[in-house]
Design a protein around this ligand. Structure first.
Ligand code: UT7
Length: 321
C-alpha cells in the first residue's frame, strides 16, 4: 500500500507587516478597533509591484524543499493553488517549476478553488501519489490578493493580504493523509467573487473582489463544522483524537465558532490570521508551517486542515503529520 505524508513545510510573507494603523494613515476609512474587533486581524503583508504569485510560491517552495531534505529535481508533481496567477497562462505551477530550475520532470498545474485551493490541491496530490504515478509532490498555496482588492471598499480591503505556503508530500509506507472531503456549490457564486475577465485586450466586467460578508460568515461557520466532522467520521475518529485544527485563516470569529461547534478548545487551534489577514489559498499552509517551526505541531500529531471559499468550495483533510 502506498500512502502520502508531508515531508516538509515552508512559507513566505513579502515585506514588512502593514498594520491597521498604516491603512488608516493611507486614507482608508477604518480603525484598528473595528478591524481587530470584527476579524482579529492586526496586520497583513502586501507584495511590491512586480512581485508575482510565482515569486512568493518560489520562496515558500525553497523552504519546504529544504525542510523535506529533498532536491528540487526529485519533485515530479507541482500543484499551485491560486486565484491570483501571474498570467492567464502558463500556469503559476509551470512558472514555479522553471524558477526552481527543473525541466521536464512530471506534471505541473494550477488549482483554482479560491480559499479552499490548498485543501483541494493536497487532496489531488495525495491521489496521484497513492496511485503510484508520482512520488514527490510540491503543493503550494500562493496569492497576491492585494491586486484584486478595491481599495475604496473598506468592507473588503482591510481583510486580505499576500503570501505563500508550501508542503512536500511524498510516498510513504505509513499514513499520512487519513481522509479528505471536497465540496462545491456554484449556486453561491454571487456572495464572493471577482466577476471580471479579459477579452479583446480589455477587462470585461468587474475585476475586483466583491463579497456579502455576513452571508459568507454564516456559510463558512456551517460548512467548516460539517466538513471537519465528515473526515473524522470517515476515519472513525472524533475531535478528541485531533491534536490541531488548522482552519482557513479569514476571521478569528469564524475560527472560534468552528472550534466551538467541534468541541475543540482554542488551545488546539492554530490561528495566524492576526498576523497576515486572509491570504486565501496560502492561509492554511502558512499556519501549518508556522506551527511546525515553533514546535507546536510535531511528528505523529493528528491534524485537520480545512478551508472554505469562493465558488462556493469547501473541504477538509485529516492527516497524521
Ligand atoms: O475566505 C472567505 C472570505 N471572507 C470571509 O471570511 C468574510 C466573512 N465575513 C466577515 O468576516 C464579516 O462579515 C466582516 C468582517 C466582513 C464584516 O463584519 P460584520 O460584523 O458582518 O459587519 P457588517 O458588514 O455588517 O458592517 C457593520 C458596520 C457597517 O456600518 P453600519 O452600516 O452599521 O453603520 C459597515 O459600514 O461596519 C461598517 N464597516 C466598517 N467600519 C470600519 C464595514 N467595514 C468597515 C471597516 N472599518 N473596514
Amino acid at each position: 500500500m502506498i500512502y502520502a505524508r508531508i515531508a516538509g513545510t515552508g512559507s513566505y510573507l513579502p515585506g514588512q507587516p502593514v498594520t491597521n494603523a498604516d491603512l488608516v494613515a493611507r486614507g482608508i476609512d477604518t480603525s484598528d478597533e473595528w478591524v481587530v474587533g470584527r476579524t482579529g486581524i492586526h496586520a497583513r503583508h502586501l507584495a511590491e509591484a512586480g512581485v508575482s504569485a510565482s515569486d512568493l510560491a518560489y520562496e515558500a517552495a525553497l523552504r519546504a524543499i529544504d525542510a523535506a531534505a529533498v532536491q528540487a529535481d526529485e519533485i515530479d508533481l507541482i500543484i499551485v493553488a491560486t486565484s491570483t496567477p501571474d498570467y492567464i497562462f502558463p500556469s503559476t505551477a509551470a512558472l514555479l517549476q522553471s524558477k526552481l530550475g527543473v525541466r521536464n520532470n512530471g506534471a505541473a498545474f494550477d488549482v483554482q478553488a479560491v480559499c479552499s485551493g490548498f485543501v483541494y490541491a493536497l487532496s489531488i496530490a495525495e491521489k496521484f501519489i497513492r496511485s503510484g504515478s508520482h512520488r514527490k509532490a510540491l503543493v503550494v498555496g500562493s496569492e497576491i490578493f492585494s491586486r484584486i482588492l478595491d481599495w475604496s471598499d473598506r468592507g473588503t480591503c482591510v481583510l486580505f493580504g499576500d503570501g505563500a505556503g508550501a508542503v512536500v508530500l511524498e510516498a510513504a509506507d505509513e499514513p499520512g493523509l487519513l481522509a479528505s472531503a471536497l465540496h462545491a456549490d456554484g449556486s453561491y457564486n454571487p456572495i464572493l467573487c471577482v466577476p471580471g475577465g479579459v477579452a479583446g485586450g480589455a477587462v470585461t466586467g468587474d475585476p475586483f473582489l466583491r463579497m456579502d460578508g455576513q452571508a459568507v460568515f454564516k456559510f463558512a461557520v456551517r460548512v467548516l463544522g460539517e466538513v471537519a466532522g465528515e473526515v473524522l467520521d470517515e476515519a472513525g475518529l472524533t475531535s478528541e483524537d485531533v491534536d490541531w485544527l488548522i482552519p482557513h485563516q479569514a476571521n478569528v470569529r469564524i475560527i472560534q465558532a468552528t472550534a466551538k461547534r467541534l468541541g475543540l478548545p482554542m488551545e488546539r487551534v492554530i490561528t495566524t490570521v492576526g498576523e497576515h489577514g486572509n491570504t486565501s489559498a496560502a492561509s492554511i499552509p502558512l499556519a501549518l508551517d508556522k506551527a511546525v517551526r515553533d514546535g507546536r505541531v510535531q511528528r505523529g500529531h493528528r491534524l485537520v486542515l480545512e478551508g472554505v471559499g469562493g465558488g462556493f468550495t469547501w473541504g477538509a483533510v485529516l492527516l497524521a503529520f
